[in-house]
Write a protein that binds this ligand. Structure first.
Ligand code: GAP
Length: 513
């Protein structure tokens, strides 16, 4: 199955098996907004808990926060979002499709990278062991041509983006003959800026047209952390370096809202701001870059993850990179690591007139700390999990419609349902026993009882949901007080004594993380 078909299958599977539904579906949906179904919310909660444990529970010097979504409108002025949280949009006059001009150019640069890599791969095959990759890159005329083109376009792009030169962005698109990815048309409008924040009116001021009445739905959770930095530091008696972590909703009026839950208008972020001494930020930036990559590698194979340094830095950063994941539509940003300097705290100090300084007892001086941020989208993480774990595979020794199965191979510690308790048939002597086992195991983990349909169909359903263990109660159980535990991935079955089941399940789950 090719990547596009696989992606379509992921979307339909998520709907059929209660992971994700389009929002407001009976009214034909709401673009780029999704609801999480019963299994989806379990997976989402497990991802959030796994992150929280790694970031907060495992670090003495990181503490949590849950700040409000609504915040004083001046916060977004100080943070730069009112003036600079814009995307450059461009329309194709023929297809009437809307695109981000910066994304069109970055995709063009990625294509040049791909061309260079293909030349290198071809040559490596041709020359075998004697191949010197550095020598080839510096001497091959075709590679040199692509590399020069890439450098000159990237330089123009970074300059145009940094100076908000929208006319130059359009010129780059025209000069590089970038076409509408869906139709091939090159008939473009001018590039315009589009602010991504959603605004609404507040309380008694609603209806008034003044700017004062305007409040924004937060476009990132980070600002709630910045404005509470001293409250948290003082109440938890933290010393620098220390971090504040938060999980919460964020809202962006995205221009292109395609690719399922990859780019949503309402989404969830898991962010951590790490406050450090000025001058030490690059050391911590490196630390968090490695630490966060190691965390992702505890879920995904290393080959599906990579770093990507930003060509163009956000208005608040002096260094930034993405951890990218190999989604069905290619490598794209999963998490951002940013060195935000003292930009946010400094601006809040200036605009609020309140000191945002920390007194460092070791240096005996006060300063505005520098900040290194880690920021990962829960929904993107969710998409990375479901798209990499959903597989169709052959069942050994099976025939007919049983010869293949669809399995969601989510690691057991993240799986929505850890064990399904299944009476072999829907007969009272077995269902009573199975219910009693379910009542004991639900104290250990999220379990499900299911007695409907033939046992083979129930196994298939649990495979599709991603349940790592099926526990079957059969007639032998009534004699030997044992049940069959079926492993989703290996399909191996073992007999386990009912009395040891809670400890057995707990051990299996603990071993999976
Ligand atoms: N506080 C920094 C910040 O918000 P960002 O790179 O704009 O940085 C961080 O966003 C992460 O939030 C991204 O890596 C992505 O996982 C997630 N994210 C951003 N916009 C999103 C959207 N429209 N839909 C889903 N996730 C999004």
């Amino acid at each position: 199955m090719n990547a596009t078909d696989h992606f379509k299958k992921v979307i339909s599977h998520c709907k059929e098996y209660g992971y994700i539904f389009p929002s407001s579906e009976i009214y034909d949906g709401l673009s780029a907004v999704y609801d999480y179904g019963s299994y989806g919310v379990e997976l989402k909660n497990n991802l959030k808990t796994y992150w929280w444990r790694a970031m907060v529970q495992m670090h003495e010097n990181i503490v949590g926060l849950d700040s409000a979504i609504f915040m004083h409108p001046k916060i977004w002025k100080a943070s730069g979002h009112v003036d600079a949280f814009n995307d450059p949009l461009i329309d194709n006059k023929d297809s009437k499709k809307r695109y981000r001009a910066d994304v069109l150019i970055e995709e063009y640069l990625n294509k040049l990278d791909d061309k260079i890599n293909k030349e290198v791969e071809k040559a490596a095959k041709r020359f075998g062991e004697s191949f010197d990759v550095n020598m080839f890159r510096s001497t091959n005329p075709r590679v040199a041509e692509y590399a020069e083109k890439r450098r000159s376009v990237a330089d123009r792009y970074v300059r145009a983006a940094e100076t908000d030169n929208l006319a130059e962005l359009k010129s780059i698109i025209e000069d590089c003959e970038i076409a509408d990815p869906e139709t091939g048309s090159r008939n473009w409008t001018d590039v315009r800026q589009f602010n991504l924040m959603f605004a609404t009116q507040f309380g008694a001021l609603a209806g008034s047209e003044t700017e004062d009445a305007k409040v924004y739905l937060r476009p990132e959770t980070a600002q709630g952390i910045f404005v509470n930095f001293l409250n948290v530091q003082k109440s938890t008696r933290q010393k620098i370096p220390f971090g504040i972590a938060q999980i919460g909703k964020a809202f962006r009026n995205e221009i292109i809202a395609r690719q399922f839950i990859f780019r949503m208008r309402e989404f969830e972020q898991m962010e951590m701001q790490f406050f450090v001494r000025p001058g030490s930020e690059m050391e911590w930036y490196k630390h968090w870059k490695e630490t966060r990559m190691a965390w992702h590698r505890s879920i995904f194979p290393a080959a599906r993850l990579r770093f990507h340094d930003h060509e163009k830095l956000a208005h608040y950063a002096n260094a930034a990179l993405d951890i990218e994941f190999d989604f069905p539509f290619g490598f794209k940003e999963l998490e951002g690591i940013h060195s935000r300097t003292d930009f946010d705290l400094g601006n809040h100090q200036q605009l609020s007139g309140k000191k945002m300084q920390y007194f460092d007892p070791e240096l005996n001086e006060s300063y505005v700390p520098y900040v290194v941020e880690t920021s990962v989208g829960v929904d993107r993480l969710f998409l990375a999990v479901v798209s990499s774990c959903l597989v169709d595979e052959k069942v050994p020794d099976a025939k007919g419609e049983d010869a293949t199965r669809t399995v969601m191979k989510i690691p057991a510690f993240l799986a929505p349902i850890k064990a399904a308790i299944l009476p072999l048939v829907n007969k009272e002597e077995l269902t009573v026993e199975a219910r009693a086992i379910f009542d004991r195991l639900k104290m250990v983990a999220q379990c499900q009882y299911d007695a409907k349909d033939a046992i083979g169909r129930r196994y298939r359903r649990q495979d599709a949901i991603g349940t790592p263990y099926c526990i079957t109660v059969d007639f032998e159980t009534l004699e030997d007080r044992c049940v069959t535990v079926r492993n989703r991935d290996t399909l191996q079955q073992e007999r386990v004594a009912i009395d040891t089941l809670p400890a057995h399940l707990a051990a299996l789950l603990a071993a999976s993380c």
